[in-house]
Ligand binder design. Structure first.
Ligand SMILES: [Zn+2]
Length: 505
């Protein structure tokens, strides 16, 4: 990892190299997969990039990733000294220094007796690291501190922005990083292939409208704003046939079309269920998971979206990179307008803001990931199963399987276990699964139901993957969280050392 000083110096050096000539931002592709976005080859920052925010987000990402990545090397160092005199204090000193916590004493006693259990210790350290990272997040981490967003959204004509990305771990950072939106102000619910649940969305829509009517939150029901439903599908510009969306056979056209069909079905559901002109607004976004470039298909006022017409942030970047900030902002808005036939002024304003925000992310990937992520495929650290996980705002950290029961997410889980068999099991390491259910503490009995859900899913997981579980290659951490109170997670138990986990917190 480079220090800030080194990075600044190398940026200054790189900034002196001449950037390539800008290209126009207009694109009219025949199909959504027909055009590969242009490579951004400059290393000077775009005039609209928020440099300070990029530094802060990078520091956060590095802190979290390095905590997870330090686990295996640290445990290997401990394993290497297990026969030495003074093993226990030496081992604890190493672990404390590298990971920031100590190992349970009984595991070290086992190691001294010749039973160093890498699988158990790895799972234990993963869960401990996860809990620390989660606690840190809920204790006040504001990745994007944008207090004006809610009022901006209302000014644009929307009282709620509800985003359904694909559950793929490579989209987990879409709110805080790719779109740079404050996670508390945006509803995020991920689904395999971004195929969101229509009934659940209608329920959320109803709840939202009811709150406006009863409590005037976030604004009064008589204000002419609408609910904005957004789908984020994804593709890979480096390896479109293999690293795109698994749920749609890595076919970008299919992923985009399926997202659009689902949006229209939701709109239809609201219109048919509630009369009096009830409707919602729609937005479809495609994400290149190799570069974090977005393509926005802007909807017309009546909800029409043309899949062949989109604005691609990398084209806008290249066209505006040598302008001053004011010129760049004005050209950017003009380009959005070029692609927004029939859209409201509010929609144009919102999409302009999303594209502007994404320019910072393009520079983020350029600067810190050498223009294109090295891990274009899966490299998640653990599986997250259940409902919740608001704290996961980083790319490729978690494979999500959202569910109430194992049965409803069997396909997602099987894919997850297959991915982790390649990532962990083939290296002799277990698959860490965090089972988590968030609940609303003010609802009577909600906590008990969340706890029961956790246990039921844990049992079903162990039954489904019994061989892995018996071999110590599948470990679970059970946790719940009162999301209404905004609290940190509460760990119920772990399959590793139940007593140690419960005793440690
Ligand atoms: Zn996907």
């Amino acid at each position: 990892m480079l220090s800030n000083r080194h990075r600044t110096a190398s940026n200054a050096r790189r900034a002196r190299t001449r950037p390539p000539a800008p290209r126009r931002a207009t694109v009219h592709a025949d199909t959504v997969s027909g055009v590969r976005p242009p490579a951004i080859t400059t290393t000077q920052l775009h005039p609209l990039t928020d440099r300070e925010q990029n530094q802060r987000l990078y520091a956060y990402e590095q802190r979290v990733r390095s905590a997870f990545d330090a686990i295996v090397p640290t445990l290997k160092r401990v394993e290497a000294i297990q026969q030495k005199d003074g093993f226990e204090p030496m081992a604890q000193a190493i672990v404390q220094q590298s990971l920031g916590f100590e190992l349970p004493n009984e595991t070290l006693a086992e190691a001294m007796a010749g039973g160093f259990d890498m699988r158990k210790l790895f799972a234990w350290a993963m869960f401990e690291t996860y809990q620390r990272f989660s606690d840190d997040f809920f204790s006040g981490n504001n990745l994007i501190d944008d207090q004006t967003f809610q009022s901006f959204l209302i000014d644009c004509g929307f009282h709620t922005m509800d985003v359904s990305p694909c559950a793929d771990g490579r989209l987990a950072h879409v709110i805080s990083y790719v779109l740079r939106l404050p996670y508390r102000e945006v509803r995020r619910k991920s689904y395999a292939g971004a195929m969101f649940d229509i009934e659940n969305s209608v329920e959320k829509w109803t709840e939202t409208e009811f709150l406006r009517f009863r409590e005037g939150r976030p604004n009064h029901a008589d204000e002419a704003t609408r609910y904005l439903k957004t789908v984020v599908y994804h593709f890979s510009s480096s390896d479109p046939d293999h690293q795109g969306c698994a749920a749609h056979g890595s076919d970008t056209n299919k992923a985009a079309q399926a997202g659009l069909d689902r949006l229209h079905a939701f709109q239809q559901a609201v219109e048919n269920t509630f009369c009096c002109g009830a409707s919602i607004d729609l937005l479809l976004i495609g994400l290149d998971t190799d570069t974090d470039t977005i393509r926005v298909h802007v909807s017309a006022e009546d909800g029409t979206i043309d899949l062949r017409n989109y604005i691609d942030s990398s084209y806008v970047y290249l066209e505006t990179m040598n302008m001053n900030a004011a010129q760049a902002a004005s050209v950017l808005e003009a380009r959005v307008r070029d692609h927004s036939e029939g859209a409201t002024e509010g929609m144009i304003k919102l999409v302009s803001r999303l594209i502007t925000n994404n320019l910072s992310q393009l520079d983020y990937v350029n600067e810190f990931n050498n223009r294109r992520y090295a891990d274009i495929g899966h490299a998640e650290r653990f599986i997250g199963a259940g409902i919740g996980f608001e704290e996961i705002q980083l790319r490729n950290l978690t494979y999500f399987a959202y569910m109430n029961t194992v049965e409803e997410a069997t396909a997602d889980l099987d894919v997850g276990v297959k991915i982790f068999t390649g990532l962990n099991v083939t290296h002799g390491l277990p698959i860490p699964v965090v089972i988590r259910f968030d609940y609303h503490g003010h609802v009577p009995g909600a906590r008990d139901r969340a706890e029961a859900n956790c246990k039921r899913v844990a049992d079903a997981l162990r039954a489904r993957y019994s061989e892995l579980a018996q071999d110590g290659l599948l470990h679970t951490l059970l946790a719940i969280r009162d999301c209404a109170a905004g609290e940190t997670i509460e760990v119920l138990e772990s399959s590793v050392f139940a007593k140690s986990i419960a005793g440690a917190h």
